[in-house]
Design a protein around this ligand. Structure first.
Ligand code: IMP
Ligand code: MG
Length: 194
């Protein structure tokens, strides 16, 4: 059954991604860099004195953000990744969170920072936070580059947020539309032109 659903999702995704679109800049690379600096000051204040901070990136959308964060953080860090999926290749959340790839390391008794690209409905972040909490970290905090509060269905908020944005579909700085545009250095919104 889920095989069939996967195929249907794939076809839907392929059809949608064939619609022509342009990308309008929403947040410049410079604005992101300035915000990353501010966020890192807050993270450092929170975790001052830690023996090691395990920075957990949610794949794949957070890979650029996490790269910038860890290079700006003046703390001993370890990097690990978790892949959770709620989206297919389209633009709607499936509201069903699956863990596709788990952490390599244990986090019991450790300081952990979860790094998410966007909090949208909130299903992904809330699922990941409860999963990681159940493993008994010493301190667990979360950060999201973007937040779309108007889309929230689950009451969850990252401890730190880069930018609150309106209900627009965005790409760039690691974030994709049907796996494209992750390599843009800024955040832009997708505008269909047909
Ligand atoms: P949530 O579970 O609905 O909060 O969805 C979070 C995930 O959906 C994010 O980690 C993104 O991967 C994806 N997502 C949400 N909004 C967008 C968007 O505007 N562009 C691309 N991906 C998005
Ligand atoms: Mg994601």
């Amino acid at each position: 059954m889920s095989e069939i659903r996967n195929v249907v999702e794939k076809i839907k995704g392929d059809l949608m991604s064939e619609r022509p679109y342009v990308i309008d800049e929403m947040i410049s690379a410079k604005a992101i860099a300035a915000r990353v600096e501010e966020l890192c000051k807050n993270i450092q204040n929170e975790f001052v004195g830690t023996d090691k901070l395990i920075v957990v990136g949610l794949l794949r959308g957070s890979f650029v953000f996490i790269a910038d964060l860890v290079r700006e953080l003046d703390l001993p860090v370890e990097v690990d990744f978790l892949e959770a999926s709620s989206y297919g290749d389209g633009m709607e959340s499936s509201r069903e969170v699956r863990i596709l790839k788990d952490l390599r390391g244990a986090i019991e008794g450790r300081d952990v920072l979860v790094v998410e690209d966007i909090v949208d409905t909130g299903y992904t972040l809330s699922h990941v936070i409860s999963l990681l909490k159940s493993r008994g970290p010493a301190r667990l905090k979360s950060i999201a580059l973007l937040d779309k509060p108007s889309r929230r269905e689950i009451d969850v908020k990252a401890d730190w947020t880069g930018f609150e944005i309106p209900d627009e579909f965005v790409v760039g700085y690691g974030i994709d539309y049907a796996q494209r545009n992750r390599n843009l250095d800024h955040i832009g919104k997708v505008r269909f032109i047909d």
